[in-house]
Design a protein. Structure first.
Length: 295
């Protein structure tokens, strides 16, 4: 089981790796800079050699990079679209520089157009951004379907992969919260969901998992992450997906050998939520309490 969480890059790759090790993780996910803007430290200031050495010494591998939210390849606005293409190219270079083979990307939102326009626009953007160089694999994320965002169905993901000139460089990141919010029965029939994914996209395209609870009922299309199994006393709200559903996904054959990344919130500063949730998912009891791990 390769399991970890989102960690900070404030201290470069070395700081990120140290934080992940403190959670008992063996992988992790980073943004190479703030996800809301284009400000980026030069690669030579990211402490990459030191981070890679620490990772090797502490059993950390298969790390994941998440592309910034400002990349919207589906945008009808020329300036937004061209920024998305050029910045995606830069993020690909930075992902390769930190030694990651996976760059997770939100496909995009078509805003005031329609889904057909948005899908074609994403394909156009990927054709412009991708070359034959590898890695990383661009992992299109399953989305909740809020507003006009695409990637809310397996069919939409396949349309992008199948339409792109370099579809071999594209994979999928399966987010348990997003799929649940989009209407897939992650809690009640995970095997059935994965069978549908295999039939539409193909399990060979499944590269990364995001493991998150959801504050919403199935099909709400809202995308609000919850702590695993959180009850009404949790400051961020109750988990409507359920910790056991996420445990089953993490322990399933579909997750074997793939990086599993927690993006759950930290409602309070006095508890190490990632450490607790990682320990829970590694445990053999899906009904176990999560708040029993000491710092």
């Amino acid at each position: 089981m390769l399991i970890g969480s989102h960690v900070s890059m404030a201290g470069g790759l070395l700081g990120a790796a140290r934080e992940a090790a403190g959670y008992g993780a063996d992988t992790f996910m980073i943004y190479t800079g703030a996800p809301q803007n284009t400000v980026r430290k030069p690669v030579d200031r990211l402490k990459i050699p030191e981070g890679l050495a620490f990772m090797a010494e502490n059993g950390l591998s298969d790390i994941v990079v998440h592309a910034p939210y400002i990349i919207n390849l589906a945008s009808p606005k020329p300036d937004t679209f061209h920024l998305a293409v050029s910045f995606l190219r830069k993020e690909i270079e930075r992902t390769r520089a930190v030694g990651s083979g996976y760059l997770v990307l939100h496909p995009g939102s078509f805003t005031d157009r329609d889904a057909e326009f948005g899908l074609n626009r994403i394909i156009e953007g990927l054709n412009a951004a991708l070359t034959d160089d590898e890695p990383p694999i661009i992992c299109l994320e399953t989305m909740a379907g809020k507003g006009s965002e695409l990637g809310r169905t397996f069919a939409e993901l396949w349309a992008i992969i199948n339409g792109a000139e370099r579809g071999g460089r594209l994979g999928v990141c399966f987010d348990t919260c997003h799929a649940h919010d989009a209407g897939y029965d992650v809690a009640g029939d995970f095997d059935g969901v994965m069978a549908e994914f295999d039939a539409v996209v193909g399990l060979e395209r499944l590269k990364v998992f995001h493991l998150n609870g959801s504050l919403n009922p199935r099909g709400a299309r809202k995308d609000r992450h919850a702590n695993l199994g959180a009850g009404p006393d949790n400051p961020k709200g109750t988990d409507k997906l359920g910790k056991e559903a996420v445990w089953r996904a993490a322990r399933s054959r579909y997750a074997e050998g793939r990086p599993l990344i927690l993006e759950t919130p930290w409602p309070t500063a006095d508890r190490n939520y990632y450490k607790e949730e990682i320990a829970y998912l590694r445990g053999d009891d899906p009904a176990a309490r999560i708040d029993t791990v000491s710092d």
